[in-house]
Design a protein around this ligand. Structure first.
Ligand code: SIN
Length: 276
């Protein structure tokens, strides 16, 4: 796939880590059509290390965005959200001035109800409100590490059932999958907390009441302020995030204004979320 038109890449990328628990800005990208393997590897390492990567001033066509996303994995089709034709894997996230609710407005991991959920997601700002509309990410390595030791020991072997029905309704094409509550990340080998408030139906092998109490505790813990990075978008920004070790949420604080984003989720089929 070529990323020539409006595309990116670099022979001299620079990574500027943010102060705080996650996130870095990447500068030095150039528009070219062939991305050297060394650059792809540098971007992948940066993503594993910093979990959220910010690329300023990009403004790509959907085709170029798709090719850019392919640097991080295999683009996937969103089962429940309409694509930007003819690019089946580029979806548009649009909130119009008369919309009350926004897409992604509750804390979540993307598509955790899939057997092989996206390993990363790429999001570009197309149209922004004058103020607000930030996106917030929370570092789930830290969330896991900061649990009490007895809680960590308790969840290490637990599995949870995820379903698309909680977020996308009970249509015929509902998906569900079982994943560990504390998987090991294939790149770091470290555990992270994987408790998705908008997808988990139940914890397997635990009585409903105890499972729900545990989940409520994990959901509240996972989004502590000290685990978070909040991105204030500028037009043309692209943000890429690790969709395993971070959760995110889009702020819905710009009533009466429009916000339009384009998004590509990518998967890494060689490294599925494994059993503990
Ligand atoms: C999402 O959940 O992927 C949307 C995030 C955003 O629009 O900021």
């Amino acid at each position: 796939m070529s990323i020539a038109e409006g595309s990116v890449l670099t022979h001299a990328i620079r990574i500027h880590p943010f102060a705080g628990p996650l996130g870095a800005e990447v500068s030095g990208l150039r528009r070219e059509s062939v991305v050297p393997d060394t650059v792809k590897e540098a971007l992948r390492v940066a993503l594993s290390t910093h979990l959220v990567l910010v690329f300023r001033g990009q403004s790509m066509s959907p085709q170029a965005l798709l090719a850019f996303a392919a640097l991080f994995g295999e683009p996937v089709t969103h089962q429940f959200v309409q694509a930007v034709p003819p690019h089946g894997q580029v979806t548009e996230i649009r909130k119009e001035p008369d919309h009350l609710h926004n897409f992604g407005g509750a804390w979540h991991f993307d598509l955790s109800f899939m057997a092989c959920p996206p390993s990363a997601t790429v999001l570009m700002a197309k149209e922004l409100p004058a103020h607000g509309g930030d996106t917030v990410w929370s570092n789930q390595y830290l969330a896991y590490a900061m649990l009490l030791a007895r809680c960590r020991d308790g969840i290490d072997s637990l599995l949870a059932e995820h379903t698309s029905q909680l977020a996308f309704g009970h249509g015929a094409h509902a998906l569900s999958a079982v994943h560990p509550l504390a998987p090991r990340h294939p790149h770091s080998g470290c555990r992270y907390l994987y408790a998705n408030p908008v997808s988990i139906r139940r914890v397997l092998g635990v009585a409903d009441e105890a499972g729900n109490t545990l989940l409520r505790h994990l959901y509240a813990h996972a989004i502590a302020l000290e685990f978070q990075y909040r991105h204030r978008w500028e037009l043309g920004d692209i943000v890429v995030w690790d969709n395993r070790a971070t959760m995110h949420k889009a702020m819905n604080d710009y009533p009466g204004e429009r916000r339009v984003m384009q998004r590509v989720a990518v998967t890494d089929r060689r490294h599925r979320i494994g059993l503990p």
